[in-house]
Design a protein around this ligand. Sequence first.
Ligand code: FAD
Length: 453
Amino acid sequence: MSESLASGLSAVVSDGERVVTSPAVVERLSKDFYWYSPILKRQLEAKHGDVAVQPVSVDEVVAIMRYAGQQGIPVTVRGAGTGNYGQCIPLEGGIILDLALMDKIEEITADGVAVCQPGLKLGVLETEARKQGWELRMYPSTLAKASVGGFLAGGSGGIGSVTHGGLRDFDNVRAIEVVTMEEEPRMILHEGPAVHEIMHSWGTNGVITRIWFSLTPAVEWTQFTVAFDTYEEGFLFARQIAESGEWSKRLVTVFEWPIPSFFTPVKQVVAADKTLVLIMIEASQLEMLREAAGAANGEVTFAGAYTGPRTQPLLSDYTWNHTTLWAMKADPVWTYIQAGFSTTNCMEQFRLLREKYGKEILFHIEFMKNGEGVVVPAAIPLVYFTTEERLNELIAYCREIGVFIANPHVNYLEDGGRFRSDNIQLMAKQKYDPRGLMNPGKMLSFQMERRPK
Ligand SMILES: Cc1cc2nc3c(=O)[nH]c(=O)nc-3n(C[C@H](O)[C@H](O)[C@H](O)COP(=O)(O)OP(=O)(O)OC[C@H]3O[C@@H](n4cnc5c(N)ncnc54)[C@H](O)[C@@H]3O)c2cc1C
């Protein structure tokens, strides 16, 4: 199958060198960070595509989709493969559509919109935008590696979300151009609310080939860390900074002890036995923040300029889902959940979880603005893994006490927390991929509709 598939693909791209058949490379291009979850690790490690192809233009994407459709071969799109849930791991083999070579910035408009290709690295866009007086509104902690297309199709938010909300909020994504998997593939422009048909759909209902991504005027940022004796003190200080419109900030994170002990390359910012709060603050507010931290009995452990993705140390490398990575480096038994605590009742939720699970769960908070403009304590708590039953019990308990959970231990969209209740992603799949060839198995509601009654 791989040989005939490779020769078929070689006929539709201008250079056969961009059809990859080496088993080791195909295996690498078939995988992401699915091993963050001990459950997905077991389920997905044997899965891989048959052949990878690296288009350089939208015309080539259309030709590949047409060929795959005619042959009935599944297509799984790949950005940079930094997703956490096996999003880009093909469950039924077939073609890996690797968009890494479609990586150009076409334009940064005078009103701050980046028009770019999907394989562009977010870090490159941040650097180029800052040269022109703009910066990303938000980015995942995988800034250096992740692609713009992969972020839109698989991510949710990150550094910047405390001010600008998630990817799906506040017109952060203005428009996307998508190639479909219809009998004759089409290129369709989705503007305004129509972007939500495709965003966070894991490449199940179209290939994103061009993006209009909103930027914001660049700010001179300082990275700032402050340590507190207790988690409660650290959390309350961070919440006040996150919620108040007085502060111009890009990141407000809380790590309870012993999470900071996992950050071995930046030992200098860690204070033993203390909760660490990390804030990216506008440089002009640094002295005011120092005073506020002192007044709250915090011990300032670091303050240093952010000058772009190459800043050293780059403290965002310890936030969002990088925190889990550092924990797993210290002890591979750590895993995580993705949570949203209540704005009004979070202290009680923390207490209940501590009472029932002790230090089996460690609190890691990432404040973010929701679509209504309210700053909420989103969280990526660490969980000391023992069994799948125990993990599911913890998730069920969180839900019982009102903690929102986007389950990162499943490989389908519906339980991942970003599947829309108005079903527009499903309706788009029915329209644009009626044969179910795009990343099959990841949108369960579509599979169910196809099943004979
Ligand atoms: C250490 C670590 C930290 C992370 N931190 C964050 C974070 O802060 N915030 C966050 O939101 N996520 C985070 N993630 C998850 C992940 O990094 C982001 O979702 C990232 O943006 C994915 O980009 P990628 O290019 O690697 O996408 P990939 O992993 O390649 O793809 C993600 C999904 O999108 C699909 N896809 C890719 N490109 C396209 C396209 N052009 N058209 C259609 N479908 C496409 C793929 O099929 C797949 O389903 C983190 C992951 C890790 C490992």
